[in-house]
Design a protein. Structure first.
Length: 235
C-alpha cells in the first residue's frame, strides 16, 4: 500500500529519491507509456501526485516544462474523473443524480484548462498553487468547484523557469538534461499578475534543499534498485 510522503521534515536523500522517481514517471507519460493495468495506473498516479506535492511545497518544478506538461494534463484528467466518480457514487436516487452537473459542462471546463496549459511556453507562475490543488484533490467534494479552482489558477500569463524565477523576457542560460544550480525554495503566494512575489524559505529545509536537486551524476539506491536521472534507467 502506498503511503503519502510528508514534505516538511525530510532528509536530502529522501527528496532525491522522490525527485528521481518523479523523473522516471514523468518520462513514462512523455513517451506515452501509460499503463492499462489498474494497479499500475494507481502507482503512476501516486508518484505524479507526490511530485506535484513537492511542487506545491517548494514552488519550483526542477524539471523542464516540456517534461512536466503531459503529466500535468494527465493528472487533471485523472483527478477530475476520480472526483466525478465519487459524485456519482454518492447519488442514491434518480433525483440526486439528475441534480449533478451535465457532463458537457465538465468536459468544457477540462477542455478549457487543457488548452490553457498547452498554451504556456513554460510553467505558469501559479504552478505552486496548481501543485497544491492536484495533490489535495480528494478534499474536493464536487467536480465543478475543483475544476473552477484550476481554471482560476491557469488564467494567468506570466510563466516561470524550473528554478522558480518569473520569466520577464530577459535571456537565461539554457538548462540541459535537467541539471541545475539548486534554487532557493520559493512561495508565490499571490495569484494576481500585478502582485509582487513573496519570497520566503521553508523553516526546516533551508540548508538541506540545496543538496536535493537532480544532477546527471545523481543516483539513489532504494530497496536494492538503482534509481537514476537522465543518464541511467531504473534497473
Amino acid at each position: 500500500m502506498n503511503t503519502t510522503y510528508t514534505h516538511f521534515k525530510e532528509e536530502p536523500e529522501v527528496l532525491k529519491t522522490r525527485l528521481l522517481a518523479a523523473d522516471i514517471y514523468l518520462k513514462m507519460v512523455v513517451e506515452n507509456k501509460i499503463p492499462t493495468d489498474e494497479e499500475e495506473i494507481e502507482d503512476l498516479a501516486f508518484h505524479l501526485r507526490d511530485y506535484f506535492n513537492f511542487v506545491g511545497s517548494y514552488g519550483v518544478t526542477v524539471f523542464k516544462w516540456e517534461k512536466i506538461k503531459p503529466s500535468l494534463k494527465y493528472m487533471i484528467e485523472y483527478t477530475s474523473n476520480d472526483v466525478w466518480k465519487r459524485n456519482i457514487a454518492k447519488c442514491k436516487t434518480a433525483k440526486e443524480k439528475a441534480a449533478l452537473p451535465k457532463e458537457e459542462t465538465i468536459n468544457e471546463l477540462k477542455e478549457h484548462i487543457l488548452e490553457r496549459i498547452e498554451s504556456f511556453d513554460e510553467a505558469p507562475f501559479t504552478i505552486q498553487r496548481l501543485g497544491e490543488i492536484i495533490y489535495n484533490y480528494d478534499t474536493f467534494n464536487l467536480v465543478v468547484p475543483y475544476l473552477n479552482g484550476i481554471v482560476k489558477v491557469v488564467s494567468v500569463i506570466t510563466t516561470q523557469t524550473p528554478k522558480g524565477v518569473r520569466i520577464t523576457g530577459e535571456p537565461e542560460e539554457d538548462i540541459v538534461k535537467d541539471v541545475f544550480v539548486p534554487p532557493t525554495p520559493r512561495l508565490n503566494l499571490k495569484v494576481d499578475e500585478l502582485d509582487d512575489d513573496i519570497i520566503t524559505r521553508r523553516p526546516i529545509l533551508t540548508s538541506n534543499i540545496e543538496s536535493c536537486f537532480i544532477t546527471s551524476e545523481t543516483t539513489v539506491v532504494e530497496n536494492g534498485d538503482k534509481i537514476s536521472s537522465d543518464t541511467e534507467e531504473k534497473k
